[in-house]
Design a protein around this ligand. Sequence first.
Ligand SMILES: Nc1ncnc2c1ncn2[C@@H]1O[C@H](COP(=O)(O)OP(=O)(O)O)[C@@H](O)[C@H]1O
Ligand SMILES: [Mg+2]
Length: 244
Amino acid sequence: MIRIQDLSVAFRSPVLDGVSLHAPAASILALVGPGASGKSVLLKSVAGLLRPDRGEVFVNDVALGDRDEAGLAEVRKGIGMLFQNYALFDYLTVGENIAFPLRRLFDLPEEEIQERVTERLVRVSLPGFEERIPRSLSGGQKKRVGIARATVARAPILLYDDPTAGLDPVTSQKIYDLIKGEQREQQSCVMVISSDVAGILSIADRVAMLHQGRIAFDGTAEEARTSQDPLVRQFIHGLLEGPL
Ligand SMILES: Nc1ncnc2c1ncn2[C@@H]1O[C@H](COP(=O)(O)OP(=O)(O)O)[C@@H](O)[C@H]1O
Ligand SMILES: [Mg+2]
């Protein structure tokens, strides 16, 4: 579903340097790597929010680089995204936050929008939270609102940027269960960044590790756990000894 080909992005210095990666349909691809290794930049490139300097992203065989803004907006209808640090609008209620992508991208009757918002809030275990404001929520609740917003349009592709950052282990596990459960039901293609390697491996089908702008590892979760590559081994198991 998502094919990333020889992608390079530089700001002041190179961030991604010839990254090629494939995220198959109906599966969860975990994207891991040290801080500032370009994980968020890669996800934003897939969402068409950032134009790469070189290379191409294909979403269902559509090359994003060939698309103008209107064309990209069309592709984005098929992509749901949870941003790092929630990115909820503080001036909107929880319900309006969740409805936002529906209102912006689709022309739906108001009744259906409200039904979908209510259904999503139940799904993320926040029933009746429509009128709350994001400021009044805990970190875990904000993440769940973010997931409700990312999934409300039933997009076949979902991109989650560190959905459990800053959450306690039990809340994190609930978020993983929610992501995995939704993915199974919808058979969606999920790319998820996480700094919680052990946690994300528990739900991922495949794992890609970024290091110094390149793919250091790409394989199944089981292959990641048993890799003897010194770099991969150190990172996946959080060892002190090693090249990192
Ligand atoms: N819009 C931007 N302008 C300049 N530098 C950026 C921008 N976005 C990301 N970077 C830099 O690119 C590098 C990778 O960032 P990022 O993808 O956010 O890392 P992470 O792997 O932690 O998600 C970092 O050094 C960051 O400072
Ligand atoms: Mg990041």
